[in-house]
Design a protein around this ligand. Structure first.
Ligand SMILES: [Zn+2]
Length: 244
């Protein structure tokens, strides 16, 4: 009998600090030696801990960093709770739409995109880490397929052609243009709405004509990406949420 798909997410716990109850995700790993803390819009507050760390140890750790925790959770409260992404929340963005992630243990790993906006992940280990790795690989393949297509279509409209298209896990950029006519793109663009991905493609294609950000360059971009200003604002606001 087949194992059903089920939600899988980073476990959460609630901790009382002063007068406030703070929710945090607890990410344990056999490779982690010491307790650590981080906070980001897509994850909220995350405690990283060695395997087998008890709730009391986590509570005491947060108590020691109480000022830092309260300051940053206050700053990120409200709007970010709704923005949390899988595995810190239930859904992951794919082409701008929230998709529910469900995982099951299966002999062959893969991802299926189904009706009702669901991403069904089959993983041999069925663990969070393997599901994450499989999803990243799938997103990378999807990004490669879609970006190659859009570079071709938009390049034809603009009368330019890229020599090579690379899709990578870029750390700090959405795209870049190399001398010789190659373009690189960040695979996380596949999570953004199609118009946002198109804007980045148009931006890099325009660099094949003009390496600078001159008025002539921006006029060229505006001619082919009419939502240019909205797209730049969207990436500044939500760019950090495009992660898995
Ligand atoms: Zn640029």
């Amino acid at each position: 009998m087949a194992v059903p798909y089920a939600p899988i997410a980073v476990p959460r716990m609630e901790v009382v600090l002063g007068h406030r109850t703070i929710g945090c995700a607890v990410l344990t790993s056999g490779r982690t030696r010491r307790l650590g803390l981080r906070i980001a819009p897509e994850s909220g507050l995350v405690v990283t801990a060695p395997q087998g760390t008890g709730e009391q140890a986590i509570q005491a750790f947060l108590e020691r960093h109480r000022r830092w925790v309260l300051r940053w959770t206050a700053r990120l409260d409200g709007e970010t709770a709704a923005a949390r992404r899988w595995p810190y929340g239930p859904t992951l963005l794919y082409r701008g739409d929230a998709h529910t992630v469900l995982v099951r243990q299966a002999p062959a790993s893969g991802v299926a995109l189904t009706r009702g906006r669901r991403l069904l992940v089959s993983a041999r280990a069925g663990s969070l880490e393997s599901a994450r790795r499989i999803l990243r690989r799938w997103l990378m393949d999807e990004a490669s397929r879609v970006l190659a297509q859009r570079v071709e279509v938009l390049g034809a409209q603009m009368g330019t052609e890229a020599r090579q298209v690379y899709v990578r896990n870029l750390r700090a950029r959405w795209g870049s243009c190399w001398p010789g006519g190659s373009l690189s793109f960040n695979y996380r663009l596949i999570m953004a709405p199609p118009a946002i991905l198109d804007y980045v493609v148009v931006h890099e294609l325009a660099h094949l004509r003009d390496r600078s950000h001159s008025p002539r360059f921006w006029a060229m971009v505006a001619g082919h990406a009419p939502l240019l200003h909205e797209a730049r604002r969207w990436l500044r606001t939500y760019g950090a949420l495009l992660s898995v």
